[in-house]
Write a new protein. Sequence first.
Length: 148
Amino acid sequence: MQDLQEAPRRRRSVACLDTEGLRRLEESFRRWVDAFSTHRPARLRIFLLYLLIHQSGAKLNEVLRLNTSQDIDWNARCLYFRTARHGRNASFRVVDVSRYGLEAIRAVVEALIRTGHLEEHLDVDAPLCGASFTRGLRPAGFPGAGRT
């Protein structure tokens, strides 16, 4: 028991991306989306999820619950993350999105609408989404992107 208490705790260092790293990340996703035309709609949906997470700071599960026709306010440039969906107890938090971020989100939403692949809810299997994020990162050479 004493050995456990004396063992040094290891802290994992967390790498963060700077502005250039974030730019490369988004560019990597854009190349990944365009790589295969037969998979483009599915990849666009994954890219939309990435943009929503990146631009709002939301968690994946929050973004997966978004209603694309109600929870994106194009005029007010914000997203509504609802914690309760119906009735008197409906509640939400509002997240402002930059003009650039909203334009990027709108471009992907419009591309999905044109191809008939935008659904009201972004219900994508979370593990599949994570694996797709990893595949989108591989071309940019991000650490850990080759594990799946």
